[in-house]
Design a protein around this ligand. Structure first.
Ligand SMILES: *[C@@H]1O[C@H](CO)[C@@H](O)[C@H](O)[C@H]1NC(C)=O
Ligand SMILES: *[C@@H]1O[C@H](CO)[C@@H](O)[C@H](O)[C@H]1NC(C)=O
Ligand SMILES: *[C@@H]1O[C@H](CO)[C@@H](O)[C@H](O)[C@H]1NC(C)=O
Ligand SMILES: *[C@@H]1O[C@H](CO)[C@@H](O)[C@H](O)[C@H]1NC(C)=O
Ligand SMILES: *[C@@H]1O[C@H](CO)[C@@H](O)[C@H](O)[C@H]1NC(C)=O
Ligand SMILES: *[C@@H]1O[C@H](CO)[C@@H](O)[C@H](O)[C@H]1NC(C)=O
Length: 780
């Protein structure tokens, strides 16, 4: 199945879940709840666990019942527990002193769709750069996913790999078909698994559908782990296409795997109780970086009512960078579907690379069309229109005319816009009709070839129309068709383009924080795959699941080169060096349309690994910056003081300020009603002292931008300078975003941040407070 059409399978998945929930709730009124108690105040694990039991005793009749309800006790970094509770107990606990939040453990999904019978992918064809080889050996990357296939070459220990970093406190756990002695090595240094939550919520896993161990049955975890930190493997390919050298972003970095997602009919489902346990152990084990391609579509829960926000908040306090996928939705070009939006983590969009898979279609031996596919061998058949098998020409199982009419030997031509069918739906329908292959005509912007259950060639609507008209002219005469695969062609222009499935901003939770943060390759990525479920060791997958580990791999390299950088500094380096131009020197296209992308499609732009190592300036943040952000979001000092490490200043400022003032490497103002100044602070991390940075500004439409000071003069390495950006609305408008940018340049570094401003003025009078610094301001 095409791996980008989430909606169809997602709804199928939910249906399945509902059946399970109904079954469970008929026998037991308890659900799994998460009780979050903030920062763990006690270094003694047992004492913390006992305090959890004491709290539970207040809502249970006996100590035995209280103990039995507990699924997990979280004691390191964050304190809390997962327990079987009824809603009354949950409500009571939520009101108790020391409890920050109580929420139901949701079931989440990996950010690709079904992939059980599909294979590998190769993304990067070039050789590893010396930088990739020189750095990363001291960095441990934790992957929260569906586990690992340790025999894959991507996790082999490279020759000369040094000993495991002495800071490592993790484990390689034994389990079904998983022997630590042979599975783990100096590359794969840790592997754990968590299934208490999923089995409580969805019922016991069946023996043939999963390994009760860190071993990967879905394939997704093996794929993402090899993308982030896979060792160098020459000659990776999928049936001869996509040939090249496979390796992760940080091929020298160490890998620790936390299996929190489990196979349910080929889809990876994950319980928040298990994911929290994965976060907990990863932080305790001493990872430097966490990559999690997991999420769930909006409505988004408030901050601190999801594993993602809690886990990454405590990771941030320990200096651990957390990278999430932004999410995939079939309707993704619509705004505000972006997921994993907390300002202390990174949310990654997905875009294409410059590789295409041209496939020749020949009709009657002499008329040629070009499409795209991942077909690996030639197909010969008879061309047939969808109307021969499907009512109203709608390629869906529900419209199948007659189970006795077989499409055997036929290549069926379907149009996406007829009945609005996704390629997944059409593939399923043609498979059901026993068809030989599918020609799927759809708007150019949505075409993404995949490894499908029925060989599928994607063509654009023009080609599709010509093929259909040729078929119409032929009448009753059979039209022969040959499909001739290519090998993959590098150098497609324009590239990258944002994948249409990639979820867009603005954030539906905190629109003044730009999300997604950045985009990275997530279309037809070739990476490692469990070899027992196919004859291949590599598979192509698409999704923000695939772009997320790309960013994690590069973040690992930055961490290795700059070990003292905070997660915010690392994100700043990634974002301020990202680029907005494609190979045709134009703005990256937004998938799902033929329009140029904006920061809500790509964040700050496309990942630029080399430049990110040396950004010149960084926009750094500490826990205190996030505390002020939380104050402005309406959290009370009491709540906040529970969540931060002792000794942190938790006083809220007397005056509410806009959350736009968080020192983020992007300026987003979702409601500009009057002239407003926004503050940013940058630190010199370049090699030179006595450096001057000058601004270059692109103003958003209808907004004047003033910046002060006009020059940033750094005398010393690590100097910090604050500057102010004053935004002055110059138009009557409601609800439309306009975009610009600010670039600070010392001629060598171009430190760029995007501006996204929504002017919201209804009356004819543009009111404004006095513009601070405007007299000294630079207008551009
Ligand atoms: C919830 O559980 C408690 C303790 O077992 C019990 O006393 C209470 O009646 C239950 N409430 C509901 C609504 O089931
Ligand atoms: C292509 O082949 C068909 C069938 O063999 C034949 O009828 C037609 O004339 C050919 N067209 C061209 C342009 O050669
Ligand atoms: C399919 O074929 C069988 C056997 O020829 C026949 O009994 C049945 O009625 C047919 N079904 C339909 C829906 O036409
Ligand atoms: C096609 O779908 C129908 C209804 O869902 C099912 O009964 C039938 O077995 C399917 N046939 C094939 C070949 O998959
Ligand atoms: C993989 O397949 C081989 C060959 O069939 C078998 O011996 C091995 O046990 C399988 N491994 C796992 C982990 O299932
Ligand atoms: C725009 O301003 C109006 C009036 O102040 C306000 O009610 C509305 O919520 C604002 N819109 C946005 C998107 O902030």
């Amino acid at each position: 199945m095409a791996s980008y059409s989430n909606t169809f399978w997602f709804s199928w998945g939910l249906h399945f879940l509902l059946i399970c929930f109904c079954f469970i709730s008929s026998t037991s009124p308890s659900e799994v709840y998460m009780v979050y108690m903030g920062q763990s105040q006690n270094l003694d694990t047992e004492l913390t666990t006992k305090s959890h039991h004491r709290l539970l005793l207040k809502v249970f009749g006996s100590e035995e019942d209280a103990m039995q309800s507990v699924l997990y006790s979280y004691t390191y970094s964050f304190s809390g527990f997962a327990a079987k509770l009824n809603s009354t107990q949950a409500t009571t606990l939520a009101k108790m002193q020391g409890v920050v939040s109580v929420f139901e453990s949701r079931i989440l999904e990996l950010h690709t769709t079904r992939s059980w019978d599909f294979m590998g992918l190769t993304l990067d064809n070039g050789r590893a750069t010396p930088m990739q080889l020189a750095f990363g050996a001291d960095v441990i990357v934790g992957i929260l996913d569906s586990g690992i296939w340790p025999e894959s070459e991507s996790f082999h220990e490279e020759h000369g790999m040094g000993p495991i970093p002495s800071s490592w406190k993790g484990e390689c756990e034994e389990g079904e078909d998983f022997n630590p002695a042979t599975a783990c090595n100096r590359k794969l240094i840790g592997a754990r698994y968590y299934l208490t939550g999923i089995e409580q919520q969805l019922g016991p896993l069946t023996a043939d559908s999963e390994y009760r161990s860190p071993r990967d049955r879905v394939g997704h975890g093996t794929h993402t782990a090899s993308t982030a930190v896979g060792s160098i493997v020459r000659n990776a390919n999928f049936h001869g296409i996509g040939q090249g050298t496979a390796r992760g972003g940080g091929p020298r970095a160490r890998l620790a795997v936390y299996k929190v997602c489990w196979n349910q009919k080929g889809v990876g489902f994950c319980s928040e109780a298990d994911i929290m346990a994965g976060f907990h152990d990863a932080l305790k084990d001493g990872v430097h970086m966490i990559s999690a391609s997991i999420g769930r579509a909006p409505p988004l829960p408030p901050f601190f009512k999801s594993h993602a926000d809690i886990g990454s908040f405590h990771a941030m306090q320990l200096g651990v960078t957390v990278v999430f996928s932004a999410g995939n939705e079939n309707s993704a070009p619509h705004p505000s579907l972006v997921q994993n939006v907390s300002p202390w983590s990174i949310s990654v969009a997905a875009s294409s690379i410059d590789r295409t898979f041209p496939t020749k279609i020949v009709l009657d031996g002499n008329l040629t069309f070009m499409g795209e596919s991942l077909i690996t061998s030639q197909i010969n058949g008879i061309l047939a229109d969808a109307g021969s098998f499907f009512r109203d020409r709608i390629c869906s199982r529900d419209y199948y005319i007659n189970v006795n009419v077989s499409a055997s030997g036929k290549v069926v031509l379907c149009f996406s816009n007829v009945g609005l069918v996704s390629s997944d739906t059409a593939i399923d329908a043609v498979q059901n009709a026993s068809g030989l292959a599918l020609i799927f005509a759809e708007p150019l912007a949505r075409q993404i070839p995949d490894v499908d259950a029925v060989p599928t060639v994607h063509v654009d609507l023009q080609q599709g129309t010509r093929i259909r008209n040729y078929l119409g002219l032929a009448g009753r005469r059979p039209v022969s068709i040959q499909i001739i695969p290519g090998k993959g062609v590098i150098g497609k222009s324009p590239a990258p383009a944002v994948a249409y499935f990639s979820c867009r901003g603005p954030s539906s939770l905190s629109p003044d924080i730009l999300k997604p943060d950045i985009t990275a390759p997530g279309v037809n990525i070739l990476a490692a795959w469990p070899s027992n479920y196919s004859s291949k060791m590599w598979n192509f997958l698409s999704g923000t699941s695939m772009s997320c580990p790309h960013v994690a791999g590069v973040a690992a390299l930055i961490k290795s080169i700059h070990p003292d950088w905070s997660p915010a500094a690392i994100r700043s380096a990634l974002m301020t060096t990202a680029y907005m131009e494609d190979t045709a020197s134009e703005v990256i296209l937004a998938g799902g349309s033929t329009k140029a992308s904006d920061p809500f499609d790509v964040g700050a732009g496309h990942l630029n690994p080399i430049k990110a190592m040396d950004p010149g300036l960084v926009y750094d943040m500490k826990t205190r910056d996030y505390i002020i952000f939380l104050c402005n979001m309406g959290y009370t000092q009491n709540q906040i003081s529970l969540m931060v490490r002792p000794g942190t200043d938790t006083t809220c400022p007397h005056y509410f300020t806009s959350t736009s003032n968080l020192n983020y490497p992007a300026i987003t103002v979702s409601n500009l009603q009057t002239t407003t100044a926004v503050k940013r602070t940058v630190r010199n991390v370049g090699r030179n002292r006595n450096t001057l940075y000058y601004p270059k500004i692109i103003k958003p439409n209808g907004v004047d931008v003033y910046i002060w000071p006009k020059v940033l003069a750094f005398e010393w390495f690590k100097d910090e300078i604050t500057y102010y950006v004053t935004l002055k609305p110059r138009k009557i408008s409601q609800g439309r975003y306009d975009f610009g940018e600010i670039v600070w340049s010392d001629r060598y570094h171009n430190v760029r941040i995007p501006l996204a401003v929504c002017v919201n003025i209804t009356d004819g009078v543009i009111t404004g407070s006095t513009v601070s610094h405007s007299d000294a301001g630079l207008q551009s």
